[in-house]
Design a protein around this ligand. Structure first.
Ligand code: PLP
Length: 371
């Protein structure tokens, strides 16, 4: 199979797989006092340092803490739920783990984006100026999972700071693909998920400035400094740590490989294909492609039959034919949005795979007479 759906989940690094396999054979509960408990604790703390190292902070230093969670979704929920007594401002293109809060919590304000999928900073300022609540949170993702468009987070932080608002950035799709420095971005909170950059499913983190005293999301034995109880998923967390170390060591070469493959792919697409957000700064691995007249789900099946895995719009919304809220926010007409397929690459892909994809693409469209 040719796998071109790495924004959905990517390959677990072989070294991570080995580590997880080995650790799973041990009895590791970090809350236990005996030697194996202490070893488990050591593994968790090492992972915390490794993850912190990937994103430019020191774990357990005075300024930031790393709270391990089970998923990026949980980390996003943790931060948003901590501001449910404040005013919350989210971009119109957030992942459903933030965007769908609109269905459950009244009063959340949505910040507009441009037709290229970039946050409208004037709209952010206008919305913040209207708020009289002393507790405010702005949540803007670093890079969009559907389009790959990168957001101007430093500018968001500069504006939010003027209005006394805290800033959260969902960095799930950026980490491992581009350099992410939490300190330099200046955000108060950031979400990271291991299975997007070579870790296993089941381990993610919320990074938070220590000056915020987060309310617990899960009550129990007081793990993760009481913020997130439950016996830690030691194998997955240790795997996340190793994946972070490897991603840091290999970032430049991985990014270069992805960029080369992305350029090859985008330059070979037939003229009838349009890349969404093409003029904006994008991740080096994500291309959202529309060709009018061919519903995305039909394309995904046609590619699947040729042994190529990709998704219709966001993986998180595949299986549903509902138009993507991201493309709606970008004012892309529904008939065009419904044809969007997402090709998301990794450094594991090869030039031959890209060429096979392009051949399949041309074939599928020729059969359908749309290009
Ligand atoms: N945020 C973004 C931008 C994502 O793309 C995803 C998953 O696709 C998530 C959050 C959720 O992460 P997880 O799959 O770890 O719950």
């Amino acid at each position: 199979m040719i796998y071109l759906d790495h924004n959905s989940t990517t390959i677990v690094h072989p070294e991570v797989r080995k580590l997880i396999g080995d650790i799973t054979a041990e009895t590791l509960n970090p809350s236990s006092v005996h030697a194996s408990g202490q070893r488990a604790k050591g593994l968790i703390e090492q992972a915390r340092r490794q993850l912190a190292g990937l994103v430019g902070i020191e774990a357990n230093a005075r300024d930031y803490q790393v709270v391990f969670t089970s998923s990026g979704t949980e980390a996003n929920n943790l931060v948003i739920s901590n501001f449910n007594d404040g005013d919350i401002f989210i971009s119109a293109i957030e992942h459903p783990s933030i965007f769908n809060y609109l269905q459950y919590q009244a009063g959340i304000k949505v910040i507009k984006v441009s037709s290229e999928g970039v946050i409208d900073l004037e709209d952010l300022s206008r919305l913040l100026a209207e708020s009289s609540n002393s507790k405010k949170l702005v949540s803007v993702m670093l890079a969009n999972n559907e389009t790959g468009v990168i957001q101007p987070i430093k500018e968001v932080v500069a504006i939010a700071t003027k209005f006394g608002a805290a800033v959260h950035s969902d960095c799930v799709q950026g980490v491992g693909k581009i350099a992410v420095d939490i300190k330099e971005l200046g955000v108060d909170f950031a979400t990271i998920s291991g299975h997007k950059f070579g870790g296993a499913l089941g381990a993610a983190a919320l990074i938070a400035k220590t000056k915020y005293h987060l309310k617990a999301s899960i009550i129990g034995g007081g793990q993760e400094r009481g913020i997130r109880s439950g016996t830690e998923n030691v194998p997955a967390i240790a795997g996340l740590g190793l994946a972070a170390k490897l991603a840091k060591d290999e970032l430049v070469s991985r990014r270069h490989k992805m960029q080369t493959l992305q350029a090859r792919l985008e330059q070979s697409l037939p003229p009838a294909a349009k890349i969404i957000g093409e003029g904006a700064k994008r991740l080096p691995n994500t291309s959202l492609v529309v060709v009018s007249g061919f519903v995305a789900e039909t394309q995904v099946i046609a590619f699947d039959l040729k042994g190529i895995a990709l998704s219709a719009g966001s993986a998180c919304s595949s299986g549903k034919t509902k138009a993507s809220h991201v493309l709606k926010a970008m004012n892309i007409p529904e008939d065009e949005a419904s044809t969007a397929i997402r090709i998301s690459l990794s450094h594991h892909n090869t030039e031959e795979e890209i060429d096979t994809f392009i051949d399949a693409f041309k074939n599928i469209y020729k059969l359908r007479n749309v290009a």
